[in-house]
Design a protein around this ligand. Structure first.
Ligand code: F6P
Length: 340
């Protein structure tokens, strides 16, 4: 068999590990793999590179993706969809492994519906893909945000300030929630809960009174009502580029005005996405990449390899896409327990 593999959407730690796992697992059973460059763009435009086993040596611990990524939607136009099928036929691809988040996997589902032999691997630092307990990228990226928050603690304490750390997370607040919990934030704001300014100010005042500083973690996806910056720019899947709304800076302005506490903000942005995957993400990326190959070898196209408890299993695309996995009430309750 000839395997193809692509990585689509925002990069995150673990992608290279998943590519390596696909290549090595396929090779174990005597199959070869080619990589498509820059996500679905590579399949549409026939951009490939061979991936012999030697090409993936030493890759597991490297951030980013050697294949490149993009937010290209191959099914936005019928002519693009035809090109995708033509490339797969020309390159004699028997099985395509699509590694990505909701958008990439939705495109994979659409390809499957058109007869394409495709299986999926979920990834995203946002941890918001349904059907899987965790996505790789999340642990590593959030650890970077926790490190940032702890650095902000040093400077906030020295200057008796409040500092807001804005982290990624578009529709789900997993990154903010875990950063706030693991980094001991005094308040954590996520898109799953309505913005409550009075409560936020109370947390900040209490923290400053009790220990002399306050740390606030905010997800870029929270709704503050009034918009700032050049909001409105969208990617090919129609998602707004949220960082341009600068919710962290806006929150800092409001906190300082509302509480009288001197307040600063920091936006960690894409720094979270770079760097090596941690142990958890290396293992998860390896298991999911290998399982995707097993699904294809078993003829189980149209499925996604996911983590369920201790097990890696295959589930149909439709159970992994469409509904964003948002932060559940029990996690929110836990986070509130530790706020100031
Ligand atoms: O989907 C992952 C993610 O990191 C989001 O948290 C963030 O909003 C988005 O990607 C950023 O996208 P881009 O890399 O296109 O700026």
């Amino acid at each position: 068999m000839r395997f193809g593999v692509l990585t689509g959407g925002g990069d995150c730690p673990g992608l290279n590990g998943a590519i390596r796992a696909v290549v090595r697992r396929a090779a174990k059973f005597g199959h070869e793999t080619v990589g498509f460059l820059d996500g679905w763009k590579g399949v549409r435009d026939d951009l490939v590179r061979p991936l012999p086993v030697a090409a993936v040596a030493g890759l597991l611990g490297r951030g980013g993706t050697i294949l490149g990524s993009s937010r290209t939607n191959p099914f936005a136009k019928e002519s693009d969809a035809a090109q995708v099928l033509a490339t797969l036929a020309r390159r004699q691809i028997d099985a395509l492994v699509a590694i990505g988040g909701d958008d990439t996997l939705t495109a994979a589902r659409d390809l499957f519906r058109r007869g394409g032999p495709v299986v999926g691997v979920p990834k995203t630092m946002d941890n918001d893909v349904s059907g899987t307990d965790w996505t790789f990228g999340f642990h590593s990226a959030t650890a970077v945000a926790v490190d940032a928050l702890e650095r902000l603690r040093d400077t906030a304490g020295s200057h008796h300030r409040a500092i807001v750390l804005e982290v990624m997370g578009r529709h789900a607040g997993w990154v903010a929630l875990a950063t706030g919990l693991a980094g001991e934030a005094d308040a954590t704001l996520v898109p799953e809960e309505p913005y409550d300014e009075a409560a936020l100010f109370a947390h900040v005042r209490r923290a400053v009174t009790e220990k002399g500083y306050a740390l606030v973690v905010a997800s870029e996806g929270i709704d503050l009502g009034a918009r700032r910056g050049s909001a409105g720019a969208k990617d090919e899947f129609g998602h707004e580029l949220l960082r341009e709304r600068e919710v962290g800076a806006e929150l800092a302005r409001r906190i300082q005005q509302g509480t009288g506490v001197e307040t600063r903000s920091a936006q960690i942005g894409h720094i979270q996405r770079g760097g090596p995957p941690d142990l958890f993400d290396r293992l998860l990326a390896t298991r999911l990449g290998a399982h995707a190959v097993d699904l294809a070898l078993a003829g189980r196209f149209g499925e996604v390899a996911v983590l369920r408890g201790e097990q890696v299993v295959g589930i149909p695309f439709d159970r992994a896409i469409g509904a964003t996995k948002v932060v559940s009430p029990d996690w929110l309750d836990l986070a509130h327990t530790f706020e100031a």
